[in-house]
Design a protein around this ligand. Sequence first.
Ligand code: XMP
Length: 517
Amino acid sequence: MSVKAEEMILVIDFGGQYNQLIARRVRDSGVYCEIVSYKHNLADIKAKNPKGIIFTGGPNSAYLPDSPNIDKEIYSWGIPIFGICYGSQMMMHSLGGNVCEAPEREYGKTLVDLDNTSPLFKGLPDKNICWMSHNDYIEKLAPGFEIIAHTPACPIAAVQDKARKLYAVQFHPEVLHTENGKQILSNFVYEVCGCAGTWKMDSFVQETIASLKEKIGDGKVLCALSGGVDSSVCAAALAKAIGKQLTCVFVDHGLLRKNEKEEVCAVFGEGGQFDINFVCVDAREHFYGKLKGVVEPERKRKIIGEEFIRVFEAEAKKIGKVDYLAQGTIYPDVVESGLGGESATIKSHHNVGGLPDFVDFKEIVEPLRDLFKDEVRQAGRELGLPEELVIRQPFPGPGLAVRIIGEVNPESVSIVQEADAIYRMEVDKLPFEQRPSQYFAALTNMRSVGVMGDGRTYDYAIALRAVTTTDFMTAEVTLLPQETICNAANRIVNEVPHVNRVFFDYTTKPPATIEFE
Ligand code: XMP
């Protein structure tokens, strides 16, 4: 399923680390945007009929023969082009300017003099802090261009050829360190490309529902619901489109967060918001049985993975042949799997590829394939999902098993569930922007002596984790307010039986992982 956007900006990726950020900023400004690799077929790029094209940054030197490049024909199409960092150098190099190693490398926040009579800098001050990160620079302009920004170390920091609608900047407008960066991208989209701003989540949701209806007809769809944001929004869109033709299967493996099952059942189950077939499989005993005595983390994961498939398979068999299998794949999964932009494969995502071969279906539907995470949340709101479901943080497939050191059993699960619920409640008192990307409690296998009332205790220690990350491949520790941690620690030792100590995990990833297993 693909979006039929009336107008589109195309980001051509030359290996820059901020490719997704550029696309997100453009979409935030109200215009649909896609990312393709610079190796993408040129005729195909033209056929997409973009209102404007953006070249990303990249790690190469434009003047070296093997560096990424794009056929010069693209400059003659009359479509506005905006080059960023490497993209700007490549544009100059291709069109007859000169790019070379800069005498002085620029890195970090830099005060840039701007010519705000240029449409690109409309409404900006004439001095603006911009994020620079380059070793090379443009030494000589290509014919037809004029300089519209400079710094002492970078005399050609931005250029334009108004007649050909070609623009380029040495700095990165897409990163937050560049003041008014959003405005610069928005100026390109509206002032240069003349976009109208038709990308709105309410119309996306309506169009998606209509096209799901059309595609699926009277077919049957099976959706594995995990209770996470992506699968929930995917199920909600399908529910609105095809109602009873949809069957959602939710497996309670006994490793869910506190109240998670109840929340999912309240929304998708009988008497909930949607008129669908909903199957909640209570497989807790089955999983606990298989996990009895197992302490080795990889072994736990393997068991859970295998048993999950087995349980799902049994349910799928009861349902029989379906026409479609629904998956909550989202745009970063597509890009990061190497199918979208140019970034090296960051992670092989569980949602892309790896289809269960035991389900008899003819095709897969992925209604959220074109959306970024924040857009998925927005779509969830449009579909009427409750806020607590829409703002959920990521939760791993093996659930709380990867947050328990030692054996997973009803008692250890209950301790970590209670501690985690308290910790999340305390962190959720912070405004949304201040909350970490992921935060949870884990149960360690350490027992130590404590004192409670007049008695001695010999109980477990809970570890609290809070990390900030964009890609989940590396992560920083989030320095939560002391008050948040202390309140959580106090409540946990007072309210959760068998816990008498709470630690905060100050380890980054690497060397630690985000999960605690
Ligand atoms: P780690 O612990 O590897 O986690 O640093 C990185 C991110 O991936 C999530 N995670 C998983 N997600 N199935 C999932 O769907 C899994 O088996 C799994 N293991 C880890 C983790 O929560 C974090 O966001």
